[in-house]
Design a protein around this ligand. Structure first.
Ligand code: IPE
Ligand code: IPE
Ligand code: MG
Length: 248
């Protein structure tokens, strides 16, 4: 039994498995720099970590895995890096779709997808349609995503509904707003992991993370594997979630 298997066994006896884990996949650039390689090489290695973490999530029995892959702010990186990331997205879809589908993964892309180039957008739509009936794991991939933009969009949709007389201002409540986010219908994350030691949210799921436990891993994303995911879940299981109340 390997080290990660031992962590998995420990996790199973220690407590409940989180339903939804979200990850800010960070540190690809530093991983490449440490090796004197161009940044896109770090992104490419990061794809292997995605594969491993998806498999580990299925094995652990998560319902939802959310991965922050490309932020709205990331569009402002140098054009060469942006285009390398977009090519990797298409390559990921091309290489992984079949296996994800066979594993029963439902792949959902969330973000301002209209900004994607036509071929990338078409690939994204195809995977979503193909895997829509799958139920083993929901894999949320956040691309061209910013949480403030998501909340602003939800507010605009509510305003349109009120202006059109489909709802009254009094009906604008938390549930109505939650239902207009990209994540509508998805439980909030129980655990947020950020890799590479950074202690920031970086405009990710600001609304949905209200009571999420946060685990900062020092590991750079291209080095992050199954055992690191299980360590984070073990850490999560040791927390006492109070949701503003007092302990029992
Ligand atoms: C995360 O790695 C991947 C993306 C944000 C697309 P970075 O590219 O941010 O890597 P660092 O933070 O520069 O090391
Ligand atoms: C956050 O990482 C976005 C993704 C992981 C996709 P960044 O590296 O872009 O965030 P900052 O700039 O460190 O806040
Ligand atoms: Mg970064």
């Amino acid at each position: 039994m390997g080290a990660a298997d031992e962590l998995l066994a420990q996790m199973r006896v220690q407590g409940a498995i989180p339903r939804h884990v979200a990850i800010i996949m960070d540190g690809n650039g530093r991983w490449a720099r440490e090796r004197m390689l161009p940044r896109p090489v770090g992104h490419r290695h990061g794809m292997k970590s995605v594969r491993e973490v998806v498999e580990a999530s299925i094995e652990a029995g998560l319902e939802v895995l959310s991965l922050f892959a490309f932020s709205q702010e990331n569009w402002q990186r140098p054009a060469g890096e942006v285009s390398a990331l977009m090519s990797l997205l298409e390559e990921y879809i091309q290489k992984e779709t079949r296996e994800l589908h066979e594993q029963g993964v439902r792949v959902v892309f969330l973000g301002d997808l209209d900004r994607l180039a036509k071929p990338a957008r078409a690939a994204v739509d195809r995977v979503m349609a193909l895997t829509a009936p799958n139920t083993k794991l929901i894999l949320n991939l956040f691309i061209s995503y910013g949480s403030r933009a998501e909340i602003t969009r939800a507010a605009r949709l509510l305003a349109e509904d009120v202006a059109a007389g489909r709802m009254t201002p009094a009906q604008v409540d938390e549930a109505a707003l939650t239902g207009r986010l990209f994540t509508a219908g998805c439980p909030d994350p129980d655990l947020l992991i950020r890799t590479s030691g950074e202690m920031r949210i970086s405009n990710f799921l600001l609304w949905q993370l209200a009571y999420t436990e946060i685990h900062i891993s020092p590991v750079l994303w291209p080095d992050f594997g199954r055992g690191d995911l299980y360590k984070a879940i073990l850490d999560f299981q040791s927390r006492e979630r109070r949701f503003g109340r007092v302990s029992a």
